[in-house]
Design a protein around this ligand. Structure first.
Ligand code: SF4
Ligand code: F3S
Length: 108
């Protein structure tokens, strides 16, 4: 499956959700995750993300590896609902889009 990784945190642009044919995306307070059970590896969402947060799990580098389990866990959390319509990004997205290390800010 494809996975959402660190650049999404504190930005959450949500362009990705509109193109997913399987409605795989779930939404938390400052991050989105992909349900690996629904993802058909079409890769349509990848180019939609302005901060390149979406990658193929099979090609995840060392820093991205923990996001494989994280996407799986988030997709299973009943508090994280499906999201299929784009919405406004988080208020401080301009500030956070260039910050790479922000995993400690992830809200579950
Ligand atoms: Fe959805 Fe395709 Fe992205 Fe998987 S790769 S999350 S099926 S758009
Ligand atoms: Fe996140 Fe990029 Fe989607 S910032 S919400 S993965 S468009």
């Amino acid at each position: 499956p494809f996975i959402v990784t660190e650049p999404c945190i504190q930005c959450k642009y949500t362009d990705c959700v509109e193109v997913c044919p399987m409605d795989c995306f779930v939404e938390g307070p400052n991050f989105l995750a992909i349900d690996p059970d629904g993802c058909i590896d079409c890769s349509m969402c990848v180019s939609e993300c302005p901060v390149n947060a979406i990658v193929n799990a099979a090609e995840a580098d060392e820093a991205q590896q923990p996001y494989i389990a994280l996407n799986e866990e988030r997709a299973r959390d009943p508090r994280w609902p499906r999201i299929t319509r784009k919405k406004a990004p988080l208020p401080d997205h301009e500030k956070w889009k260039s910050v790479m290390a922000k995993k400690h800010l992830l809200l579950l």
